[in-house]
Design a protein around this ligand. Structure first.
Ligand SMILES: [Zn+2]
Length: 114
């Protein structure tokens, strides 16, 4: 007898949840814009992340200039990822290409260390 009472319990609560879903949807509409408004703004340090090559059109990515490319290469010789360097996709591609060319003519290392 007690088991039947338990079965009846969840059904009554599930019906209560169904009625509450319509209200929750209304709250979700209010919540999502708040999360989005926080995300694209200032995330960390309030530092502006602009692709330096887009900002300065005079700057040229040259594979013959290892000093300039060194900024985009880690200590171990790996190319610095875009999320760190702040480059846009187009210029990161050019940087990567330039680094690979510079490696091939021994201006930059493929790898460093032991
Ligand atoms: Zn760019």
């Amino acid at each position: 007898m007690s088991q039947r009472n338990i079965d009846a319990g969840p059904r009554s609560t599930s019906a209560g949840r169904d009625s509450g879903r319509d209200r929750d949807m209304g709250y979700d509409d209010d919540r999502t814009p708040d999360l989005n408004s926080d995300a694209p703004g200032r995330r960390r340090l309030g530092r502006k992340r602009v692709c330096r090559f887009c900002a300065d059109k005079a700057a040229v990515i040259d594979y013959k200039d290892p000093q300039a490319l060194k900024y985009f290469v880690s200590e171990r010789g790996k190319v610095v990822p875009r999320r760190i360097s702040g480059n846009c996709a187009r210029h990161q591609r050019k940087v990567t290409l330039a680094v690979k060319r510079a490696r091939n003519i021994a201006l930059l290392p493929f790898t460093t260390g032991a």
